[in-house]
Write a protein that binds this ligand. Structure first.
Ligand code: AMP
Length: 284
């Protein structure tokens, strides 16, 4: 389904188009991307699609939260012009058989923990880029590896667009906003603040001049261990371009982690020296 929230004339492609891909159940993080797109582009499109190909067989595809009427209201308020809300069968019709695989930067972190995840992400984002032909596409730092993967894909496949990375929007206590936070019980919600605390402990060590990866990882592990409800899946201090685990940092660091709180899997990250933000892709 294509929902026109505003009048869109036939000269759509003669002015700058911004695209904000989402899986819906929107929060301030998503809306910050939309508002940034609104301030920078003549036309703003968003998509809401819980993309089945990026979920593993034991993941939360079936119960992923959805509220389309509320999402459409929020997108309209954020100034979005049109919203694509396709059915899975429209994006992946029978006999669909073409996927995009980004190789090296999908091997570690989320790619290692969620086999096939980035194949699904790259494929659906490639389709959205082809459908909308955006000049600018907006993604959140919250999913830092996703940004690296999409920049790599866009560069490799010659898309003439800018990939814009927007800062992570957090709750007042530091928890990164996520559609999945709804799964947390009040006790788990309190425990979930340990991710940001752990990242900040490592940040302080980095800012004191530590450039070796292992002490940063160790500090994050130790902080996570203080919270009995937190079960770390990985902690990482990686090179922000290659995503390889750091021995010694040469060009900044991406601190990241995936942690289970009960059945809910949460991810978060911080990075220096803004390499991910600065390395804006411009292919023209
Ligand atoms: P999702 O609906 O989870 O696929 O997210 C859609 C887009 O919103 C992705 O580019 C995410 O990185 C971004 N996003 C999700 N949570 C946040 C957040 N807390 N702050 C900023 N961007 C976010």
């Amino acid at each position: 389904m294509l929902v026109l929230l505003k009048f869109v004339n036939s000269r759509w492609h003669t002015r700058h188009v911004g695209l904000v891909p989402t899986m819906g159940y929107l929060h301030e993080g998503h809306l910050s991307l939309c508002r940034r797109a609104r301030s920078e582009c003549a036309h703003v499109a968003a998509s809401i699609f819980v993309n089945p190909t990026q979920f593993g067989p034991n993941e939360d595809l079936a119960r992923y939260p959805r509220d389309l009427p509320r999402d459409l209201r929020l997108l309209e308020q954020a100034g979005v012009d049109l919203v694509l809300t396709p059915d899975p069968g429209e994006m992946y019709p029978p006999n669909f058989q073409t996927y995009v695989t980004v190789e090296q930067v999908t091997q570690s972190l989320e790619g290692a923990a969620r086999p096939g995840h980035f194949r699904g992400v790259a494929t659906v984002v490639a389709k959205l880029f082809n459908i909308f032909q955006p000049d600018r596409a907006y993604f959140g730092q919250k999913d830092a590896q996703q940004v690296v993967v999409i920049k790599q894909m866009a560069r490799d496949l010659d898309w003439a667009l800018d990939v814009i990375v927007c800062p992570t929007v957090r709750e007042p206590d530091g928890l990164a906003m996520s559609s999945r936070n709804i799964y947390l019980t009040p006790e788990q919600r309190r425990a979930a603040t340990v991710l940001y605390r752990a990242l900040n402990v490592a940040k302080a060590i980095w800012e004191s001049g530590q450039r070796e990866g292992e002490p940063l990882r160790q500090a994050m592990r130790e902080t996570l261990a203080t919270e009995s409800l937190a079960r770390p899946e990985y902690v990482s201090a990686a090179d922000p371009i290659s995503l390889d685990e750091l021995g010694i940092a040469r060009r900044g660091v991406l601190l990241s982690m995936a942690v289970r709180i009960g059945a809910t899997r949460l991810i978060d990250n911080l990075f220096w020296n803004d390499v991910l933000l600065q390395e804006r892709l411009v292919v023209r």
